[in-house]
Design a protein around this ligand. Structure first.
Ligand code: SF4
Length: 315
């Protein structure tokens, strides 16, 4: 099927419009294609149910940023059982958030989520704000999380650009295998031009494109044969040209400071009290790397020195 160039549903300023790639389908057809696929193939995830509170959606978004769904599911359930509202979490020490974060990785997210819970409790009456600007003002909430919570919890119309969405748009619309390492203004213009006008439809579109990227248009092995956009995808139609951008970051973990930080933090999480230097020294043989990792944990506020050679989670 030939690609069809259309005027975007959301008119952009003329200078920006010139930078939006020709769309692969008339917008209403593109929307109904992706929305129909999503309706048929979406995963039933607890944060997508009508019962999921805005707080539950926020917790899921913090956890999902750098962790796969499978690992998030049990942590999400345990977290909300212990802290069903922001006020419940705010009443506990930040170290308890770090402890509950467990092995999800990137534990600074636990501190940020705790900070957001404190701000929601102290400044917003314990209610997760429903507007994007106020969400953005919360500690630890960036552009993506604010848009995701406003869209998924409050069914608003926002551009929600995570790595999955960016990859789908890069391939299907722009015709390249991978997007740039950081989100560009051009990507944001494209995503804005593709956004359905109606807020509720836009919210489903946002999660639908995200799901397509997570399940079909995956980073390493896109299953193009099962993709609803197969006949229209710009990257497919161009013969799947190989990626030519700068080297993409790997996910090396073994031997990194991240691994050492994880081992040190695991000791503190399991301790339920203070921990002496000797127990921390036992987790990694390289003293220089170990000291660097511990210093980093202290600097990030994830570990609190109590006295010389004694540490605990933040109180
Ligand atoms: S056809 Fe393939 S590359 Fe294009 S959007 Fe679908 S899965 Fe991604």
């Amino acid at each position: 099927m030939a690609a069809i160039t259309v005027t975007p549903a959301v008119p952009a300023p003329s200078s920006a419009a010139a930078a939006v790639p020709a769309l692969p389908l008339p917008l209403p057809v593109l929307h109904s294609t992706v929305l129909g696929w999503y309706d048929a193939h979406r995963r039933d995830l607890p944060w997508r149910t009508p019962e999921a509170s805005p707080w539950a959606v926020m917790v899921s978004e913090f956890m999902l940023q750098q962790t796969p769904v499978k690992r998030v599911l049990p942590a999400y359930a345990a977290w909300l059982e212990r802290w069903p509202t922001p006020a419940d979490l705010a009443a506990d020490a930040p170290g308890e958030a770090v402890r509950m974060w467990g092995r999800l990785g990137y534990p600074r997210r636990a501190l940020r989520l705790h900070g957001a819970a404190v701000a929601i409790t102290e400044k917003h009456g314990g209610v997760v704000p429903d507007d994007h600007a106020t969400l953005l003002s919360l500690p630890g909430v960036g552009e993506y999380t604010a848009a995701a919570v406003a869209s998924f919890a409050f069914r608003q119309r926002h551009v929600v650009l995570d790595t999955n969405v960016r990859r789908v748009f890069a391939r299907a619309v722009t015709g390249v295998e991978y997007p740039a390492q950081a989100t560009t203004a051009a990507e944001r213009r494209t995503a804005t031009a593709l956004l359905p006008d109606d807020a509720d439809t836009a919210a489903t579109w946002a999660v639908g494109v995200m799901e397509l990227g997570a399940l079909v248009c995956t980073a390493r092995a896109p299953e193009c044969g099962g993709c609803p956009l197969f006949n229209h995808c710009a990257w497919q139609r161009a013969g799947r040209p190989p990626y030519e951008g700068p080297a993409r970051r790997g996910q090396t973990y073994e031997g990194t400071d991240r691994q050492v930080r994880g081992k040190l933090l695991a000791v503190l999480r399991d301790a339920h009290g203070t921990v002496g230097q000797a127990r921390l020294d036992a987790v990694w043989p390289d003293a220089v790397q170990r000291a660097r990792a511990l210093d980093g944990l202290v600097a990030d506020g994830l570990v609190e020195p109590v006295e010389q050679g004694v540490y605990r989670l933040p109180q």
